[in-house]
Design a protein around this ligand. Structure first.
Ligand code: BDP
Length: 696
């Protein structure tokens, strides 16, 4: 097993009695419907059931035990269906066991074929995870509407912040040559409810809008359509000038609007259900409306107006940190976008990263969540691990996503969690969405590391339902990908649930952030202080001095806490009530500050956490070793090899950071902990000019 099959392995179930029960319930199946999607459901059921149960028998709907059927036809099996289906929208579904003509039938039903496809995948998941189906009764509908992967893929197949090989899109061979991998990609996404994909990098190449490339995009869109997967593109805002030869790309220039109208009409000619645009504007050197003195809203609305007649949307990113007031970086997105609330068209969402800086191992929530009553805030999570050890560190991101989604913004009083804001349950947003920056590449196992497949998986599951727990997802993913043996499931789930905290501990404990090697973001480099912009430098973020460490973002400092709602604002303003995990994000504290949970001094606590992180990685690695013989040997070996790198690098992180911060604290390594090997100079000398991502 080399990982290609992801979580859709469908190997014969080893539990014989359960297999027998499933055989009775599922072997004879029928899919009512003639669409391409219905055919996909048939193919998937046949493939999955012959694998899982060793038996699959397509049958007429009268004799079937499993029926997949859409719309009112379902009342033949569920006479009292009422308006249950209509509440589930275009993508929701029901899986229900009923008595029909004196026999037991499992019915999967939905309003649309796509809903039925999602329902089918859910049913298969139940079988894969060995959940009994007697009296099964599930109804499910997604809590957010737009659930998209963002590929940071360039036309030359380089993937920005990609650590799993080159881009899966072979633009050179498209539109004619379509790899099986494209189809499997669509299947995998459909299996977890992802309904869109932005094919190219936010640092967009305008070539994507040329006729030749649009033909290639169309080929993928045609392939993905029956899986419910819409295609979107990232655009470069100055395309009217660079591609169209216009004098400028000013959104208020009628020529510019006309150019977009025409371009968008051309796209919809080819791809009638094209999703829309993702835009990175006036951010890290990208062009945007600001170049012409216009606001983000004016830029977004011009595009939105052109997309509107075709049903397209704009996802406008809030990742900006170059405002004229020159505010502290973590405050800028809020300052820029909060005043624009209500100024965007109804088919625009503002897409904001989960934290106020940039995909750190841990960040407090972006204060923009909950801050806009009318403009939908769309979540942007990173699945690829730019700041979390690339594709060699064993890190399951579920707990991090869960922590963010469950954080209370207090926007409309207690209980206004980020998940609810994003899902439009706090304010009734016309559109809702979640994006995940993809970790997929051309590697045979898709993500460069078997365990990191779970991050793609959990993103999809949480985009569908922000309430689901990271632990539940870890368990089901493990069952489907590695093994159904309960001892293995338990062990792997424990490792996964520990892994994110471990990484925070050996990289950036207690709210430290942005101290990685600059450029590539690989390895520790808290000492760097010579980059062009102050806020690109690690020293800017940790602010260590002989007096203490941490960034004072409280009212006595840059007052970033003012951007949050009460009582979060007050809680974060005071180190005593700030959760320890964010302590040094919001406060600059003396080295002998007493840390509440442990009673240790701040210095001792920081060192302890760095050591704990390494111990946790060692524990994960040992625990993995103990699985030898219990899971597939190739899967086992791949993760084991990565663990060797992981442990080495966790130690590297710990030693470098502890030795460096010690030059300020001037305090000894606490008793009971080994002295770090090497000297600070050895760590400073460890440069990685060729680490992936340098120069991005
Ligand atoms: C940063 C990455 C950079 C991306 C940028 C973004 O370092 O490569 O282009 O985010 O999100 O984290 O636009």
């Amino acid at each position: 097993e080399d990982g290609y099959r992801l979580w859709m392995k469908y190997d014969l179930l080893q539990n014989k009695s359960l297999r027998k029960a499933y055989q009775k319930q599922l072997t004879k199946w029928s899919v009512v419907g003639q669409s391409e999607t219905s055919q996909i459901i048939r193919d998937e059921l046949d493939y999955a059931l012959s694998g899982l149960l060793g038996q699959s028998e397509p049958a007429g709907y009268r004799s079937a035990n499993l029926v997949v059927v859409t719309g009112r036809l379902a009342t033949r099996w569920i006479p009292d269906l009422g308006d249950e289906l209509s509440k589930l929208g275009d993508e929701g579904y029901i899986i229900r066991q009923v008595e029909h003509n004196n026999k037991s039938v499992i019915v999967v039903t939905a309003n649309t074929d796509i809903g039925a496809l999602y329902g089918t995948f859910n049913l298969l998941r139940l079988v894969q995870t060995q959940t009994p189906l007697d009296a099964v009764d599930i109804s499910s509908a997604p809590k957010t509407k737009v659930r998209v992967l963002n590929h940071w893929d360039n036309p030359d197949r380089h993937v920005e912040r990609g650590f799993a090989g080159e881009s899966i899109w072979d633009w050179h061979k498209l539109p004619h040559y379509k790899y099986q991998k494209y189809t499997d990609y669509a299947r995998a996404n459909a299996s977890i409810g992802i309904n869109g994909t932005v094919l190219n990098n936010v640092n967009a190449d305008p070539i994507m809008l040329t006729p030749a490339y649009l033909e290639k995009v169309k080929a993928l869109a045609d392939l993905f359509r029956p899986y419910g997967l819409k295609v979107y593109l990232s655009i470069k805002f100055n395309s009217p000038a660079t591609l169209g030869g216009l004098k400028n790309s000013d959104p208020l220039n009628p020529q510019v609007a006309k150019w977009w109208d025409k371009k968008i009409a051309e796209i919809y000619q080819l791809i009638p259900d094209f999703g829309g645009f993702l835009v990175k504007a006036n951010s890290e050197g990208q062009p945007g409306p600001g170049d012409y003195g216009r606001t983000h809203a004016q830029g977004a609305n011009m595009l939105a107006d052109a997309l509107k007649p075709h049903g397209g949307i704009v996802m406008w990113r809030a990742f900006v940190y170059a405002n004229e007031k020159n505010e502290e970086r973590s405050k800028q997105a809020y300052s820029e976008f909060k005043p624009l609330d209500g100024k965007f068209r109804e088919n625009v969402m503002v897409q904001v990263k989960n934290g106020p800086i940039d995909f750190q191992p841990r960040e407090p929530i972006s204060p923009l969540f909950g801050a806009t009553q009318e403009t939908p805030m769309m979540m942007e999570f990173q699945i690829t691990m730019e700041y979390l050890g690339f594709s060699t560190h064993f890190v399951y991101l579920g707990p991090m996503y869960e922590e963010v989604l469950k954080t209370d913004t207090y926007a409309k009083g207690k209980g206004s969690t980020v998940g609810k804001v994003v899902a439009g349950e706090v304010y009734d947003y016309p559109l809702t969405g979640m994006a995940g920056v993809s970790n997929i590449g051309s590697d045979r196992n898709w993500t460069g590391h078997i365990i990191l497949q779970s991050n793609w998986y959990v993103f999809g599951r949480m985009a569908w339902d922000y309430n689901i727990s990271a632990e539940q997802v870890a368990e089901e993913w493990t069952r489907m990908t590695l093994s159904n043996k309960s001892a293995v499931v338990k062990k792997v789930t424990e490792m996964m649930m520990l892994s994110h905290e471990a990484t925070v501990n050996y990289m950036t404990p207690l709210g430290l952030h942005h101290i990685m090697g600059t450029g590539h973001h690989y390895g520790p480099a808290p000492w760097v202080d010579d980059l062009g912009r102050a806020d690109w430098n690690p020293v800017y973020y940790h602010r260590a001095t002989k007096g203490g460490i941490g960034f004072d973002r409280s009212p006595s400092g840059v007052n970033a806490v003012e951007q949050y709602f009460s009582p979060l604002k007050e809680q974060l303003a005071d180190p005593k009530s700030t959760p320890e995990k964010y302590l040094l994000w919001f406060h600059h504290l003396p080295w002998d500050y007493k840390v509440k949970s442990s009673g240790r001094t701040l210095w001792d606590e920081i060192v302890h956490r760095y050591y704990l992180g390494v111990d946790q990685v060692a524990q994960i690695s040992q625990s993995w070793d103990s699985l030898q013989g219990q899971i597939d040997p190739l899967q086992f070996k791949q993760v084991q090899m990565a663990n060797t790198i992981h442990l080495k690098e966790a130690i590297w992180w710990r030693n470098a950071c502890v030795l460096y911060f010690q030059t300020f604290s001037q305090r000894p390594i606490p008793p009971g902990l080994d002295k770090p090997q090497g000297t600070l100079d050895t760590y400073k000398a460890m440069e990685f000019p060729y680490a992936p991502g340098q120069g991005e």
